[in-house]
Design a protein around this ligand. Structure first.
Ligand code: NG6
Ligand code: CA
Length: 515
């Protein structure tokens, strides 16, 4: 069995290798065996670069996230791997760019698990290092195999790829099935009312949003007009499982309680908690105690609720006296969207709030707001607070935490994950030198330059109003002088454009970028 502790020597070695040795406090240098730090990864959904106070939001208050940032490294150039959920999460948990693997786009609610055991994953790396590992919240990476039965044992799932515990929103809040899965079972299922789910033909005899809009408490603006659950019509059809269905208004409380219980239970072990919030994804239906609190409508209220969730986690760590031993990371799976398919007044009540901050685009976009997201990393007493402009990606967590725990990745593991532990823990260090971003088309960031490959399709999404960053011609931006990507310099700098296009082609044709 793996020990919960590593020798001081191997811990020192891993930190020296990552350039972080200088950050060790004297306590460790002199001390007995070093204990791995706990890791809590709080993963918000659709939260934009400009959506929180410490990244410049002035119209909505996020005191808990700001408190976290005040004692942390706050990254200004940190990225999710993709501008949508599933590929970002796939890349973060496997260390492989999702565009290398078919079937990793936004998944329906009945998709099979897309990370196949016995693959080495982020949680598996930490499990091997003796961590207790848990995931609570949005999953959206598929569950089960071909014969998935929501009424039986749901397998394979997170427990088969490195997590010891899971409590899941299986796909998204706006997709059926609208039930929680704990470990291998739907929570609260009455076997006499079995669940069926369909993303094709209608099933069951329950009303849909399309046929019965009068039954809805929140109406769709695009899609989202199939089975009505809790007064909200969803993507997909569902019948049965009535006793097990979630209440959207209670979702943040439910998952935060489960996350806190995991921390409490594992207080005496090193632990890794991946807490993937539903907020601020649609449908935005915060608990009544948050309704109206932001003045920006349900989207702003969902930010206030998200901030509360973060506060609860921080308070729990304080109460358990674990704050100093815990790395807390707060980030988001993709950029922001205002109208994402429900008429929730997000557009009307924006009140000058800029979800993308100074960036162009948003969720789904190849412009930087698609993937450049808030990213805050705190480890009290081990790292100095500050701001870092190092280029890092969530895909790097795997190689970085392997280094943190003194592990060597096998050549086939985490093919695109770089060890950026030095940058994660010290705002004076540089990160990776290049990064591929995914948003329908691929982009390549190298140094100050960003190349967006040519691609077909609309420039602006008719549904969300977001500029998608697509052009049939190549695009080249200098992010240092033109963060808002307003001046396409491809014609002015054909040599840089060609160099980056070739580099992207080579990356695409190779199987890996990690050396
Ligand atoms: C889109 C949905 C959107 C959201 C997204 C996935 C419509 C019109 N839009 O297809 O509401 O669910 O998928 O979001 O159905 S993500 O954050 O999980 O990637
Ligand atoms: Ca998302």
């Amino acid at each position: 069995m793996n020990s919960y502790y590593i020798s001081r020597r191997s811990f020192m070695k891993s930190l020296i290798a990552s350039g972080a040795a200088a950050l060790l406090p004297s306590k460790l240098e002199a001390g007995s065996p070093a204990k791995h730090p706990n890791i809590v990864l709080i993963y918000a959904d659709d939260l934009g670069y400009g959506d929180v106070g410490c990244y410049g939001a002035a119209k909505v208050e996020t005191p808990n996230i700001d408190r976290l940032a005040s004692a942390a490294v706050r990254f200004t150039n940190a990225h999710s791997s993709a501008a949508t959920c599933t590929p970002s999460r796939y890349a973060m948990l496997t260390g492989e760019y999702a565009w290398r693997k078919k079937g990793t786009g936004v998944l329906p609610g009945d998709a099979r698990l897309i990370i196949q055991p016995p693959r080495t994953t982020l949680p598996l790396i930490l499990q091997r290092a003796g961590y207790a590992t848990g995931v609570v919240g949005k999953w959206h990476l598929g569950l089960g195999g071909r014969d998935l039965d929501w009424n039986g044992e749901i397998k394979p799932g997170p427990l088969d790829i490195g997590f010891d515990y899971c409590f899941l929103i299986p796909a998204t809040g706006d997709r059926v099935p609208c039930v929680y899965v704990e470990n291998r079972r739907v929570v609260g299922l009455d076997q006499s009312d079995p669940i069926s789910v369909s993303f094709g033909k209608p099933i069951g005899d329950e009303p849909t949003g399309k046929e019965h809009p009068e039954l809805l408490k929140m109406k769709p603006s695009h899609g989202h007009n199939q089975t009505i659950i809790n007064g909200i019509s969803r993507i997909g059809y569902m019948s049965g499982g009535k006793a097990a269905r979630w209440v959207d208004e209670d979702m943040a409380d439910t998952i935060t309680d489960k996350a806190k219980a995991f921390l409490e239970k594992n207080r005496n072990h090193p632990f890794f908690l991946y807490f993937a919030t539903h907020d601020i994804h649609v449908p935005r239906v915060p608990h009544p105690r948050f309704a109206g609190k932001s003045g920006l409508g349900p989207r702003g209220d969902a930010i206030v609720q998200l901030d509360w969730c973060v506060g609860e986690i921080l308070k729990t760590l304080d109460r358990l006296k674990l704050t100093e031993d815990t790395i807390v990371i707060f980030t988001s799976d993709n950029g922001p969207v205002v109208d994402d398919g429900y008429k929730d007044q997000a557009v009307e009540k924006l009140n000058g709030h800029k979800p993308s901050g100074p960036l162009r685009g948003g969720k789904y976009s190849a412009f930087d707001a698609g993937t450049r997201v808030p990213c805050i990393v705190r480890w009290p007493n081990r790292i100095n607070a500050g701001t870092s402009d190092a280029l890092i990606s969530q895909i790097d967590f795997m190689a970085s935490f392997a280094a943190l725990t003194g592990q060597k990745l096998a050549p086939q593991d985490a093919p695109d994950s770089f060890d950026v532990l030095g940058a994660l823990l010290d705002h004076t260090k540089t990160g990776r030198d290049h990064l591929v971003e995914q948003a329908g088309v691929l982009s390549l960031i190298k140094g100050d330059w960003k190349y967006i490959e040519p691609g077909r399709g609309p420039k602006v999404s008719a549904a969300t109003g977001i500029e998608l960053g697509r052009d049939t011609k190549p695009q080249l931006y200098n992010l240092k002088t033109d963060l808002a990507e307003e001046h396409n310099l491809a014609a002015e700098h054909p040599e840089i454009t060609e160099e980056l296009a070739l580099m992207l082609k080579n990356i695409r044709n190779s199987k890996r970028t990690r050396k």
